[in-house]
Write a protein that binds this ligand. Structure first.
Ligand SMILES: [Zn+2]
Length: 331
C-alpha cells in the first residue's frame, strides 16, 4: 500500500496548527482515504521504537514507514527503566508490555542519537537536578554509564565522552529491556529481535548494535555498577526510614514526658493551693476565735465599768443621805 507525500511544509513560518490540520485533511487524508479506511480495522505494528523525545528523531522517516507500522515510546534520552529500579516508571513499561505481549511486535529498536540534550545533561547531572528535578531524577538512571566512561577513559575529550555516552546509553537499554521476563522469554524463543540504533543527525548515518554487541562487556560492567548503586540507594532509603522512625519515637517519648511533667505540675499546684486554703481557713478560724474572746473580754470590762459606776453612784447617794441626816440632827 502506498500513500502520497503531499503535505506542504511551511518552513520558516510560524507554525499554524490549524492550517496543518486542514492540510492533513485536504491533502494527506483525501489522497489516501482508502489507506486510512483500512488502517482503522487493524493495529499490528511490527516494531516497537523506543526513542528520545527529541523532535529531530523521526521514526517513520528513519524506517521509511507508514502509519500503523511502528509502536512508539519516547522519553528523555530513550531510557528503559530496569525492573529493579527503586521507582516505578509504569508509563514506559506498560507500553513495552502492550507491544510485546498484546501486539507481539517482531522487533524492539532503541534509538539513540547524536547531539542528545538528555545525554549531555547526564554529564552535568547535579546541575540539572537543581534546575529540572524531574528530568534529573529520570536521567540519573544512566549515571553509571557516564561514571564508567570517566573511570575508563579519563583522557578522552568531553565531546567524545558525550558521543560514547549516547551510544553506550542506547545499547544499555537492550540490557535493561531484558530485565523483564516477558521480553526475555520472547527474545530467547527467537520471536523478538532487539536492536540498538545510533542515528547521527548531521550525517544521516545509522549504526546498528545487537544485544550481543561489541559493547556487551562494557554493558555487563556498567550494569553491575548500576546494580551496586541501586542497592546502595535502597540501603540509604532504608537508613533514612529508620532514622525518621527513631526521630518520631524520640518525639513521642518527649511528648509523653512533657505530658507527665505537666500532669505532675498540675497535681503539685493543686496540692499547694489546697494547703494554702487550709492554712487560710485555720487563720480565719483563729481570728474568729480571737474576735469572740475579745468580745467577751470587752463585755466583761463593760460590765465591770457599769458595776463600778453603779457602786460609785450608790456610794455618792449614801454620802448625800448621811450628810442630810447629819444636817437634820444639827437642827
Ligand atoms: Zn535525545
Amino acid at each position: 500500500m502506498e500513500k502520497n507525500e503531499n503535505i506542504k511544509k511551511s518552513e520558516g513560518e510560524n507554525m499554524d496548527l490549524q492550517k496543518r490540520i486542514e492540510q492533513f485533511r485536504e491533502l494527506e487524508y483525501a489522497f489516501n482515504k482508502d489507506f486510512y479506511q483500512e488502517l482503522k480495522e487493524e493495529h499490528s505494528p511490527h516494531t516497537l521504537f523506543i526513542g528520545c523525545s527529541d523532535s529531530r528523531v523521526k521514526a517513520e522517516t528513519l524506517f521509511q514507514a507508514e502509519a500503523g507500522e511502528i509502536f512508539q515510546v519516547r522519553n528523555i534520552a530513550n531510557i528503559v527503566p530496569r525492573k529493579e529500579e527503586p521507582d516505578d516508571h509504569t508509563s514506559v513499561v506498560s507500553a513495552i508490555e502492550c507491544a510485546v505481549i498484546t501486539l507481539k511486535v517482531k522487533n524492539i529498536v532503541v534509538c539513540g542519537h547524536s547531539n542528545c540534550g538528555g545525554c549531555a545533561a547526564i554529564r552535568k547531572l547535579e546541575e540539572y537536578r537543581k534546575e529540572l528535578p524531574y528530568t534529573g531524577e529520570w536521567i540519573s538512571q544512566s549515571i553509571s554509564i557516564s561514571d564508567y566512561i570517566d573511570d575508563n577513559y579519563p583522557d578522552m575529550k568531553e565531546e567524545d565522552k558525550i558521543i560514547m555516552l549516547e551510544k553506550l546509553n542506547t545499547v544499555q537499554q537492550l540490557d535493561n529491556l531484558m530485565t523483564y521476563g516477558f521480553v526475555r522469554k520472547r527474545f530467547e524463543s527467537v520471536k523478538l529481535n532487539l536492536h540498538a540504533y545510533y542515528y547521527d543527525i548531521g550525517t544521516g548515518s545509522i549504526s546498528v548494535y545487537d544485544y550481543d554487541s561489541v559493547f556487551s562487556d562494557m554493558i555487563a560492567e556498567i550494569t553491575a555498577n548500576r546494580k551496586l548503586l541501586v542497592e546502595e540507594q535502597e540501603r540509604e532509603l532504608e537508613r533514612q526510614k529508620e532514622l525518621e522512625q527513631e526521630q518520631a519515637d524520640e518525639r513521642e517519648k518527649e511528648n509523653e514526658e512533657k505530658q507527665t511533667d505537666e500532669k505532675n505540675q498540675k497535681i503539685e499546684k493543686k496540692q499547694e493551693e489546697e494547703k494554702i486554703n487550709k492554712e487560710e481557713e485555720k487563720i480565719n478560724k483563729e481570728e474568729e476565735k480571737t474576735n469572740k474572746e475579745e468580745e467577751i473580754i470587752n463585755k466583761e470590762e463593760r460590765k465591770k465599768e457599769e458595776k463600778k459606776k453603779e457602786k460609785k453612784k450608790k456610794s455618792k447617794g449614801e454620802k448625800e443621805k448621811s450628810a442630810e441626816e447629819n444636817g437634820k440632827t444639827k437642827e
